[in-house]
Design a binder for this molecule. Structure first.
Ligand code: GLN
Length: 503
């Protein structure tokens, strides 16, 4: 029998429900694999071994109690609806608050901080029975594309440990790819779920802005931040999404939009499950500089979608080239405001000094990393009197143009297909101290955040070095269902998502 850690989320759910495995066995298997591989991966910042073990025992008791009672059928069916994740271990990116666990956001300035509450997205998964097994590594305050900006050291890509896993949700992506957990939570402000999913060969969703509550998320760029999920299959990610999504009174930007009716059953159209669906391929995403193998794999995947019945059309998102400069004005501007709260008084460590101002200066000066300082300076500059109109105001206007590009394209097609990143995973240290080279990694993922539309990344091949290649689908606001439908149809005929790194 293959190891328990090879089970997908849905497979684990079935095996637990049928009594073939216990939550204790599954959780132990994950913890043992973590213990064996963490020295080479460093995917986690904190592990909750004991809490996870006792949650697992509680879940097993719940299963036993249900099996004993006589009205089993209806109670089991009820369980299916109320606790679909009972006994399943998950990992959570360390920017989401989980009560009784540290929350550092990859920063020294939050060292030792224990949030007194749990983020809504996590809480909903816990209420559904999931067990948080640990918190995963991230670039400091989710600023980066490689985890190299984490104060606590880089995570290694399970496909080649000399390379980055992508970022900033690189710890979560590496943990899922290396089968340390069946699924994990990440966050995506400019690509931080999709790009690491692509680099690690897993499936990752950035939902529509406002679809999943940000309550309990360490804020980075509040008009861009989204909580998303990473798993091995589209179905696993969709299940987590359905549980997390929906209006939350604690986050005023969440919207009361009905959850999509996700149909994974192709029905009568077995051979052509995508018949009637229009897929747009934006010319602006296949530009010079893109790695040839990435383009080839993505184009081959689009051909597969066509063979499944979809109609493929060329489309244009003419303002795409402005996404990068617009994002790198708006995100730092919002970050500079959000990060003002870390002052040595309210959270984490304090460097004592004579005056309150000196406490602020010293604590912030010593505890923020270089990239975070750079962004605070960029953002403060862009918002300062005299430059506000020229930078921030202008960027907001161009953001509207980018959003309109998407609206126009979604009048012609249902879904957009594009690469996730211009390259596969790069070597640790490759971008050295060249922040611009790092920013370029996000060129294909930023537009979805600026427009607020959902994006789903999933593996569509490997390059000559054996590194995974990802493709992303983007859809109109609140049309995650279309992304799931298309990517699921693809995963029914492809097996890239089942390949396992040799680590
Ligand atoms: N790499 C981008 C940045 O550094 C996006 C990060 C993210 O999505 N959190 O801002």
């Amino acid at each position: 029998m293959s190891p328990l850690t090879d089970l997908t989320l849905l497979e684990a759910q079935t095996a637990l429900r049928n009594g073939e495995i216990s939550s204790r066995e599954l959780t132990r298997a994950c913890l043992e694999r973590i213990a064996a591989l963490e020295p080479s991966l460093h995917a986690f910042l904190h592990l909750a071994n004991e809490q996870a073990a006792s949650r697992a025992d509680e879940a097993d008791q719940e299963f036993v109690a249900l099996r004993k009672s006589q009205s089993t059928n209806s109670q089991f069916i009820n369980l299916l609806f109320t606790k679909p994740l009972l006994g399943i271990p998950l990992a959570v990116k360390d920017v989401l608050a989980v009560e009784n666990l540290p929350c550092t956001a990859g920063s020294k300035i939050l060292e030792g901080f224990f949030p007194p509450f749990t983020a809504t997205a996590v809480k909903r998964l816990q209420d559904a029975g999931a067990i948080v097994i640990g918190k995963t590594n991230t670039d400091e305050f989710a600023m980066g594309s490689s985890t190299e900006n984490s104060t606590y050291g880089v995570t290694h890509n399970p496909w080649d440990t000399s390379r980055v896993p992508g970022g900033s949700s690189g710890g979560s992506a590496a943990a899922v790819a290396a089968r340390l957990v069946p699924a994990a939570l990440g966050t995506d402000t400019g690509g931080s779920v999709r790009q690491p999913a692509a680099f690690c060969g897993v499936t990752g969703l950035k939902p529509t802005y406002g679809r999943v509550s940000r309550y309990g998320l360490v804020a980075y760029g509040s008009s861009l931040d989204c909580v998303g999920a990473l798993g091995r299959t589209v179905e696993d990610v969709a299940l987590l999404f359905l549980i997390m999504a929906g209006r939350d009174a604690l986050d005023a930007t969440t919207q009361d939009v009905a959850l999509p009716d996700i149909k994974f059953d192709a029905g009568a159209d077995r051979d052509l499950p995508l018949r009637g669906l229009r897929i747009g391929v934006p010319q602006e995403y296949f530009v010079r500089g893109i790695q040839a193998e990435v383009e080839a794999s993505v184009r081959a995947a689009i051909d597969v979608l066509e063979s499944l019945g979809a109609e493929v059309r060329d489309v244009s998102l003419p303002h795409s080239e402005y996404a990068l400069p617009v994002y790198y004005i708006l995100a730092p501007a919002e970050a500079s405001a959000n990060l003002a709260r870390y002052d040595g008084i309210r959270y984490g460590p304090r460097i004592q000094a004579e005056s309150m101002w000196d406490i602020f200066y010293r604590t912030r000066g010593r505890k923020f990393g270089a990239e975070v300082e750079r962004r605070i300076m960029l953002g403060t500059y862009a918002l300062s009197a005299g430059y506000y109109d020229a930078y921030y105001g202008q960027a907001q206007k161009v953001r509207t143009l980018i959003k309109r590009d998407f609206e126009q394209v979604f009048e012609q097609v249902d879904v957009i297909a594009a690469p996730v990143a211009p390259t596969t995973a790069f070597p640790i240290g490759a971008h050295g101290d060249d922040p611009l080279a790092m920013y370029l990694e996000d060129v294909f993922t930023l537009p979805a955040n600026l427009a607020g539309v959902p994006g789903l990344a999933f593996p569509v091949g490997f390059d000559g070095k054996g590194l995974p290649v990802g493709m992303q689908l983007m859809g109109g606001h609140f049309r995650e269902d279309l992304l799931f439908r298309v990517a699921h149809a693809y995963q029914q005929v492809a097996d890239w998502h089942f390949r396992k790194p040799g680590i």
